[in-house]
Design a protein around this ligand. Structure first.
Ligand SMILES: [Zn+2]
Ligand SMILES: [Zn+2]
Length: 152
């Protein structure tokens, strides 16, 4: 990965500032957690983000986390992928699609090029996929290595 987490957070903060939003401690921390998650779970739920902020010693309400996330999605800084009955949030700064583990909900980013053929086929069929990897992008469902090897 060419861009470091800190660079991604700074770029996202500049974008939200240009959009007239105050860069509060909560916004900075949320972006930081999203940037950290990229190579790990890829996306986080609002609840997990809230727990992470509390663990940092930030006193924020879950409703604040939801409000900040909604603003980031509105600006195109973050995007959502539904997993089961919950919604996960991830950084949308580089165009990507998603592979989702249906077992545990972990998400890996797929580079746009990896699903170019699927997107082209969808376009030929009259469906335009959003290249930024919005929910209208390509989501591949499967099971991660951990879930495949875990016997319940
Ligand atoms: Zn994503
Ligand atoms: Zn899994």
């Amino acid at each position: 990965m060419s861009t470091s987490g800190a660079d991604r957070v700074d770029a996202a903060l500049r974008r939200s500032r240009r959009a007239g939003l105050r860069n509060t401690a909560a916004r900075r921390a949320i972006l930081d957690e999203l940037a950290r998650a990229v190579g790990d779970q890829g996306h986080l739920t609002a609840t997990r983000l809230h727990h992470a902020l509390l663990a940092r010693g930030l006193t924020v309400e879950l409703s604040t986390v939801h409000r900040v996330l909604a603003q980031l999605v509105e600006l195109g800084i973050a995007h959502t992928v539904p997993v089961g009955r919950t919604v996960t949030f991830g950084l949308a700064d580089d165009a990507h699609h998603h592979a989702v583990c249906a077992g545990c909900g972990d998400i890996r980013q797929l580079p746009a090029a990896a699903v170019a053929a699927s997107v082209a086929a969808a376009r030929a069929a009259g469906i335009e996929a959003d290249p930024s990897g919005h929910p209208t992008g390509v989501v591949v469902y499967g099971r991660c290595r951990r879930c495949r090897t875990t016997t319940h």
